[in-house]
Write a protein that binds this ligand. Structure first.
Ligand code: FES
Ligand SMILES: [Fe+2]
Length: 355
């Protein structure tokens, strides 16, 4: 797992001020809460380890008290930097609490999602998450449709970096009689503060419902952008150039465990902005995602074998995936994406966590 990156955990609206919830990230259980608004009407997000240092109770069952979170079992009170500020059973409860901390993690809100950083490399923390400029542009409608796959994040990410499956898996966008993927160029560092790669290919879909809806029978082009390690963006243009309907599927992958990945998906479109069309867009996206999911969960080994390229065979069309594997291998070798302080044993890592 790449701990030194931002992980989305859920929709920001699902956590009102004064609420606390449990989330799982990279094998860790977290208690995430939003402080109650103060005089300046500000409330902020705080992420703690979900385990109370006293007796290991779930802090997510606790109570938000101003800027602090109180454990439900014996009432120990922790402020937002993790410092314990009260042990109610003790006479000098404040002074007594000073010697205890609960691990806490950087948290932020962006694009309507809550993001947590569970790593330790502040340089990588500062990179933030990829920009989605369309979210603030007029004419775009955005929807958040997450899903959970019983698959390792490496496999979930790779299917998005895969052009050649489209002809066989997605009859809406491709067809087996048109399987050829032209040689494509990979553009590097499309976003300067995040390592990123981009490539585009055209597809020739059959004349189908989508094209009829859009009154277009010209080609579909797909552009994939990969922001290393765990963000992808698919831009689909449907229709004639200059007059294209555009669909963007931005995905942020959060490993819940080795075998389970939550895909936080923001779908944007610049056509049919009325809410009634959300339903149809969602049906289409859901179907396309399901066509991928049912195959990805069967892949073996469950973790894409990025350490040893000879374990699988490769085609020219796999260049974007191979680039991902190369970056993964490199970052595991130099340790940049790994938080060695991690607390979950991860069998495939070259470095085992130290605790
Ligand atoms: S278990 Fe949390 S205060 Fe005792
Ligand atoms: Fe797919």
């Amino acid at each position: 797992m790449n701990n030194n990156t931002w992980y989305a955990v859920g929709a920001a609206v699902s956590l009102a001020p004064g609420m606390v919830k449990q989330f799982k990230v990279a094998g860790r259980e977290l208690a995430v809460y939003r402080t109650k608004a103060d005089d300046t009407n500000e409330s902020r997000l705080v992420a703690f380890s979900n385990r109370c240092p006293h007796r290991g109770t779930s802090m997510s069952l606790g109570k938000v008290t101003g800027k602090c979170l109180r454990c439900p079992m014996h009432g120990w009170l922790f402020q937002s930097d993790g410092q314990c500020v009260s042990v109610p059973s003790e006479q000098d409860d404040r002074a007594f609490g000073k010697r205890f901390h609960i691990p806490h993690y950087p948290a932020m809100e962006s694009y309507g999602l809550i993001w947590i950083f569970v790593g330790s490399d502040l340089e990588l923390l500062r990179r933030g998450v990829p920009a989605i400029s369309e979210l603030t542009q007029p004419g775009w409608r955005a929807r958040y449709w997450p899903s959970i796959w019983q698959a390792n994040q490496t496999r979930a990410i790779e299917i998005l970096l895969d052009f050649s499956h489209v002809a066989y898996v997605h009859p809406m966008f491709g067809q087996p009689s048109e399987p050829l993927i032209p040689e494509y160029k990979i553009e590097r560092n499309v976003e300067e503060w995040l390592p990123s790669w981009r490539a585009a290919v055209p597809f020739r879909p059959p004349r189908n419902l989508l094209q009829r809806l859009l009154r277009s029978d010209v080609s579909v082009s797909g552009q994939l952008t990969h922001y290393f390690p765990n963000f992808t963006r698919l831009d689909v243009s449907l229709g004639s150039q200059g007059n294209a309907h555009r669909l963007i599927i931005f995905e942020a992958y959060t490993p819940l465990s080795q075998e389970e990945t939550k895909i936080h998906r923001i779908v944007l479109r610049n056509f049919f902005p009325m809410s009634a069309f959300d339903f149809i867009t969602r049906l289409i996206v859901k179907e396309v995602i399901e066509q991928d999911r049912r195959l990805v969960v069967t892949q073996k080994p469950t973790v894409a074998p990025f350490q040893d390229p000879t374990q699988e065979k490769h085609a020219r069309a796999d260049a974007l995936q191979l680039n991902y594997r190369k970056q993964m291998k490199r970052s595991f070798k130099d340790g940049t994406l790994l938080d060695l302080q991690g607390d979950s044993p991860l069998p495939y890592l070259r470095h085992q966590p130290s605790v």
